[in-house]
Write a protein that binds this ligand. Structure first.
Ligand SMILES: *[C@@H]1O[C@H](CO)[C@@H](O)[C@H](O)[C@H]1NC(C)=O
Ligand SMILES: CC(=O)N[C@H]1CO[C@H](CO)[C@@H](O)[C@@H]1O
Length: 360
């Protein structure tokens, strides 16, 4: 029996998968100048909401972070501004060489994938000494990507303001704050979309804070040997891996006033979630069977009602999984993924006929 609802001649989104949505933030225009000095005290920041507090990278599976972290963002024609406030009773830092592996210290990290395709993204890490590491990746590590440390965010400005004393274990500190200005010009070559963004554009972004367990030896902080770092993040990844851009948050750039603009739901999100599952299942299947699965059944994945996932083995032995995330008459954009996890969103196309329902 077909449900009558499927005959309503309007576009219906497919039943979403159960994944928790990534975080979102509406990024407003700066209403005045921002001095990059680490103090988040300009009038332009005042009315701007803080993000949700950071959570463990694995999400609800893990306890809440010991110290709070939040970010704010703004933009203008020249820059993307990021401010962060990190509560921290024990300010410490040791790395002073630019482009060193900063997360060996406690740090703050920014990840930006402008076009949300999982490829070509930019990362910035800095510690409480304001030492930076900027890098870019063409492809995530999981797909064989390598960090390009020679990448420099041209014109980047960063500053750190300490509330307390650094590397002094005999007192209790309050924390550190960070201000960052990233020129749009520096991102334009990797953005593959308008940069600065247009009113309403959404970019995929995440923030992370690495925090090590420490002890005090001979009056100095040191990391407790054999301990792993904590990763506290804005948009939880579900696993200890920041390099899964599909789990990063949505930053929506707006020219509207604070409080008047709602975060728009990404109409491709459900398709993205489902296709990433196909990609992950294919990876596991290939590791076990030495070949890509040719059908969803082999992967034990079902299409959602009304929105078939199309899985094809391509000449050359790779695969493509794709989906048009709309049923009924309407406008939609086909979304696809392949073995390198790159997500492609095709041009808007109308969906003139009722799709045949796929009853699993
Ligand atoms: C931080 O580092 C940047 C770039 O190296 C420098 O221009 C800035 O003055 C530093 N300032 C503070 C306050 O951290
Ligand atoms: C937890 C995690 O994925 N951390 C990564 C942060 O980014 C650096 C640089 O790309 C990686 O080396 C870390 O593994």
């Amino acid at each position: 029996m077909r449900h009558a609802a499927w005959l309503v001649p309007i576009a219906l989104a497919c039943l979403p998968a159960a994944d928790a949505p990534p975080r979102g933030y509406v990024c407003h225009r700066a209403t005045g100048p921002i001095a990059i000095d680490g103090a988040i005290d300009e009038p332009a920041w005042a009315g701007v909401p803080w993000s949700d507090p950071f959570v463990d990278i694995e999400g609800d599976l893990k306890p809440r972070p010991r110290h709070e972290t939040r970010v704010k963002m703004l933009w203008d024609d020249e820059h993307y501004y990021i401010a962060a406030k990190l509560d921290e009773p024990d300010l410490r830092g040791s790395i002073t060489r630019h482009d060193a592996v900063i997360f060996r210290d406690n740090d703050f990290e920014v990840f930006i994938d402008p076009d949300g395709d999982n490829h070509e993204y930019v990362e910035l890490e800095l510690n409480a000494l304001n030492t930076t590491w900027d890098l870019s990746l063409k492809v995530p590590y999981r797909d064989g990507g390598k960090a390009d440390d020679s990448y420099e965010i041209a014109g980047l400005r960063t500053a750190v303001r300490l509330s307390g004393t650094i590397n002094r274990p005999d007192d209790r500190d309050e924390g550190w704050s960070v201000e960052i200005a990233i020129p749009w010009k520096s991102l334009a070559p990797v953005a593959h979309r308008p940069c600065p963004p247009r009113d309403g554009d959404q970019w995929r972004v995440n923030f992370s804070r690495v925090q090590w367990r420490h002890r005090v030896e001979a009056g100095a902080y040191e990391t407790v040997p054999g301990t792993k770092e904590d990763n506290w993040v804005w948009s939880p990844q579900g696993v200890v891996d920041m390099h899964r851009p599909e789990r990063w948050g949505y930053v929506q750039f707006t020219k509207g006033e604070v409080g008047r603009v709602a975060l728009a739901a990404d109409p491709t999100r459900d398709a993205r979630d489902r296709l990433v599952r196909v990609y992950e299942a294919q990876k596991a299947f290939k590791a076990g069977q030495g070949r890509w699965a040719a059908t969803l059944a082999e992967l034990d994945i079902r299409s959602p009602r009304g929105c078939p996932i199309d899985l094809k083995i391509l000449p050359g032995g790779t695969y493509e999984a794709s989906m048009v995330p709309t049923v009924g008459v309407g406008q939609s954009r086909p979304v696809s993924i392949g073995p390198d996890s790159r997500i492609e969103v095709g041009p808007v196309r109308s969906v003139p006929h009722f799709r045949q329902m796929i009853d699993p």
